[in-house]
Design a protein around this ligand. Structure first.
Ligand SMILES: Nc1nc2c(ncn2[C@@H]2O[C@H](COP(=O)(O)OP(=O)(O)OP(=O)(O)O)[C@@H](O)[C@H]2O)c(=O)[nH]1
Ligand SMILES: [Mg+2]
Length: 327
């Protein structure tokens, strides 16, 4: 990294987008020397983090997530806020490059001085890049962004990851996509705080209302995630900018409620604990693999596991016990 930690911090604090991007690239790196600098940087910016509203947006491919983010982001900016957009994209290593970059550039939002758009890491975390969206978010907060909007890409795993680092989880639904397909499974519904039925116009308004009714009935069977919060189902159009102001004010209400009950901080505490656990595993493995004999053993045990010489859990235990002895 040709920039010093001080230069990067100065850049972040002064809102220099080029240096913000450099800092993000640094925390995304798994190289040992980069990790050392990344931790230095994260330590220094810590006092300036925590002040944003973190929003996760999910929905099937084509539901309108990027379109929603573009227009919702512009609405927030019109309200005097600064907006950062991130994406979690476990499939990007397969698709070569980010979906945000390829499909929807969020051209209008990208023009805004008070917007920062970061496409997903160039190779998905499943391919070995660390899962660093949380750390990226810290950098954006230190740079003064008030709203962090995170688009999930790909179904399943990325949703859990996003729900684990956000304050609000928004589900974008389109009419007639088939409930199963759209994740109306208990799993997803239990993560959701707010539902927006998208692509609603005069022609399908009645259908949208019926869908809302069905959703509300389904939600009655799901234990509330947040005490005192009945998951709102809103209708509108991300593309034609309809109903987004209602989403905006509903999110405000939700955050107010969470602050009143104390769950806002409680949940963030638990999320930070999870991040700690994640990084303990990352660092233990990284440090162990620094030695050649450990690396060799790791490869051997992994091979044994993959060839089913013995159970993967057995191989994992054998590997760890070789280097970490009990007291
Ligand atoms: N008619 C109509 N079209 C919309 C609306 N919102 C989004 N679209 C269109 O739906 C298509 C998909 O929108 P995206 O915003 O790219 O959807 P996405 O959920 O981000 O898709 P992926 O990133 O591929 O998962 C685009 O052609 C949008 O213009 C809407 O409210 N009404
Ligand atoms: Mg998209």
């Amino acid at each position: 990294m040709k920039f010093s930690t001080e230069e990067l911090i100065e850049g972040i604090r002064s809102g220099n987008k080029r240096l913000i991007a450099k800092a993000i690239t640094l925390v995304e790196s798994k190289k040992a020397e980069h990790r050392t600098q990344a931790e230095e940087l994260l330590k220094e910016i810590m006092p300036f983090t925590g002040n944003s509203i973190r929003i996760g947006i999910t929905g099937v491919p084509g539901a309108g997530k990027s379109t929603f983010i573009e227009n919702f982001g512009r609405l927030a900016i019109a309200n005097g806020k600064k907006v950062a957009v991130l994406a979690i994209d476990p499939s990007s290593s397969i698709n070569k490059g980010s979906i945000l970059g390829d499909k929807t550039r969020m051209e209008e939002l990208a023009k805004e001085e008070n917007a920062f758009i970061r496409p997903s890491p160039s190779s998905g975390f499943l391919g070995g890049v660390a899962n660093t969206t949380f750390e990226t978010m810290m950098i954006c907060e230190a740079a003064g962004y008030d709203y962090i909007l995170i688009e999930t890409v790909g179904v399943g795993q990325s949703e859990v990851l996003v729900a684990d680092i956000t304050d609000v989880f928004l589900f974008l639904k389109i009419i007639g996509g088939g409930d199963e397909l759209q994740g109306i499974k208990r799993g997803i519904m239990e993560m959701v705080d707010l539902i927006f039925i998208n692509k609603v116009d005069q022609d399908n308004l009645q259908k949208a209302k019926n869908t809302r009714l069905e959703l509300k009935r389904a939600l009655d069977f799901i234990p509330p995630k947040e005490k005192g919060w009945k998951i709102p189902v809103l209708l509108g159009s991300a593309f034609y900018n309809k109903g987004l102001d209602e989403v905006y004010s509903t999110i405000d209400e939700f955050i107010d409620l969470k602050n009143k009950t104390g769950s806002f901080n409680e949940i963030r505490t638990r999320q930070a604990e999870k991040r700690f656990e994640y990084w303990v595993q990352e660092y233990i493995l990284a440090m162990m693999k620094r030695s050649d004999s450990v690396e060799t053993a790791y490869i051997q045990h992994k091979k044994n596991a993959s060839e089913m010489v013995s159970n993967p859990s057995t191989e994992a235990k054998l590997f760890v016990e070789k280097f970490l002895t009990k007291d």
